[in-house]
Design a protein around this ligand. Structure first.
Ligand code: NAD
Length: 476
């Protein structure tokens, strides 16, 4: 049993009724347990954040920048432990776990720099009207709740924590019950840095704990990353209280491959876009649109590349893809394999769960999938790729945009003018040209349509935790 809640600068036992099992997905077995936080403990965490707010928002921007650099450094000092925990609890291959950690470190360093620049953003506003001066103040939104999923736990939390703390907000973080251990590092680091008690609080738990936080009347804002169904509940709570919310939700993103591409290079991009993190990415490019002239050459090579991937336990062998992270996700992906069989889809690779311990599935490719298939329209959140062919650029754009989601897209073409034109026409938050899943902290993250509200990363990630205030003075 692990002591796992960090409230008002102290580690405490959970007093909720749920016992959370923490699993090794490669074995399909638990390796730790913890008790969820109770609603009363969520109250305590919010109260601690509230009482820490006045002093924290009064710290200088450079002092907050110093703490953020400290977070980055301390993450680096815990490198091996954090990589191992992500491999064990998420099933991530080592190189993916390393990249996640580096991303979290880069995020804290980046927002340290933005925090240090904050005083220069509070400036006089030139007015056309005589007789007045006005100045801008960017103030912290206040006490924020942060609710995150399990697929990139260190990273998703860093994308929220770093800008929130940089802005001068105090926070209550609720990690996913599937991966509740790795983010404990953030509480341990707060201890190591002597971060004032209550500035960062962590409560663990399942839906009940998440709902206690998202319904809490003591928050000034909630930032949520997760599924659309929970996101809409979170939005309802926010709307009942007329409170701002950032939502990073699901995706069903397109990868568009034009016939002027090098086939082998395109295959690499397509494989990475659907098998990284075993396809458990909001940004998985799970709808392949391939131009007629290249489809017959590309699909067999794609099939071979997927079949040749090394799938296994990242803790004991070198693998390209690990297991799915939870049994629930494994059952969900298996249910889509059943739907594909019922719909009579043409399966070129995979299409089944692996016959071994743990929550493994094979990388999967369905070809010529009808537009109304559930596999074409719904987020599966696994290594399941659906392909369709297209003739013209206009058709590719129309099919890519024909989705209720709008998170990301990839465009592959040797004709860069065309690639840029298509990128501009896609209704998504981020487009990669001739690359996949390349996320840089200076650029934004977030989607259009059903993929959410608001943006993380870059200066937009900081603005999400700031309130704009103007002070206008009459000179007369
Ligand atoms: P989820 O919505 O089930 O859970 C997310 C978090 O919400 C967890 O911490 C969970 O405990 C909590 N929660 C559950 N019920 C709640 C409730 N009623 N009230 C408040 N909180 C509650 O999502 P998941 O299965 O953990 O993650 C997968 C989903 O996340 C996918 O849909 C994926 O696309 C999405 N996602 C989006 C992004 C993005 O940036 N757009 C990034 C990663 C994941």
């Amino acid at each position: 049993m692990t002591t796992s809640h960090y409230i008002a600068g102290r580690w405490v036992e959970g007093q909720g009724s749920d016992c959370i099992s923490v699993n090794d997905p490669a074995l399909g077995q638990p390796f730790a347990e913890l008790m969820a936080a109770s609603a009363a403990q969520v109250d305590q965490a919010v109260a601690a954040a509230r009482s820490a707010l006045p002093a924290w928002k009064a710290t200088s921007a450079s002092e907050r920048a110093g703490y953020l650099r400290g977070f980055a450094e301390q993450l680096g000092q815990r490198r091996e432990a954090l990589i191992s925990m992500q491999m064990r609890n998420n099933g991530k291959p080592r190189h993916e776990a390393e990249i996640d950690l580096d991303d979290a470190i880069a995020t804290f360093n980046y927002y340290a720099e933005l925090a240090a620049q904050l005083p220069s953003k509070n400036r006089e506003v030139p007015l056309a009207a005589p007789g007045f001066t006005a100045r801008t103040r960017l103030e912290p939104v206040g006490v924020v709740g942060l609710i995150v999923p399990w697929n990139f736990p260190l990273v998703t939390s860093a994308w929220k924590l770093a800008p929130a703390l940089a802005a001068g907000c105090t926070v209550v973080l609720k990690p996913s019950e599937v991966t509740p251990l790795v983010e404990q590092a953030y509480g341990q680091i707060a201890d190591a840095l002597d971060l004032p008690a209550g500035v960062l609080n962590i409560v663990n738990g399942k839906a009940e704990t998440g709902a206690a936080l998202s319904n809490h009347t003591g928050l000034d804002k909630l930032s949520f990353t997760g599924s659309n169904s929970v996101g809409s509940q979170v939005m309802r709570s926010a709307s009942a209280q007329c409170r701002p919310v950032t939502l990073e939700l699901g995706g069903k993103s397109a990868i568009v491959v034009f016939e002027d591409c090098d086939v082998d290079q395109a295959v690499q991009w397509i494989v990475a876009g659907i098998t990284w993190n075993a396809g458990q990415m909001c940004s998985a490019t799970s709808r392949l649109l391939v131009q007629n002239g290249i489809a017959d050459a590309l699909l067999p090579r794609l099939q071979a590349a997927l079949e040749n991937l090394r799938v296994g336990n990242p803790l004991i062998e070198e693998v390209d893809m690990g297991p799915l992270t939870s049994q629930a996700q494994w059952l969900k992906v298996a249910s889509y394999f059943a739907t594909a069989r019922e719909e009579g889809l043409q399966c070129l690779a995979g299409g089944k769960a692996l016959d071994r311990d743990g929550w493994f599935v094979s990388p999967t490719l369905y070809a010529d999938v009808p537009k109304d298939s559930r596999l074409w329209t719904e987020e599966i959140f696994g290594p399941v790729l659906c392909a369709r062919r297209f003739a013209t650029e206009e058709q590719a754009i129309a099919e890519a945009n024909d989705s209720r989601f709008g998170l990301v897209a990839t465009v592959c073409s040797a004709d860069l003018a065309r690639a840029e034109r298509v990128a501009d026409a896609l209704e998504v938050g981020h487009v990669w040209i001739n690359s996949v899943q390349a996320v840089f902290v200076e650029t934004s993250w977030g989607g259009t349509k059903g993929s959410g509200i608001g943006r993380e990363l870059g200066p937009w990630g900081l603005s999400a935790y700031q309130s704009v205030k103007h002070v206008t003075r009459c000179l007369g």
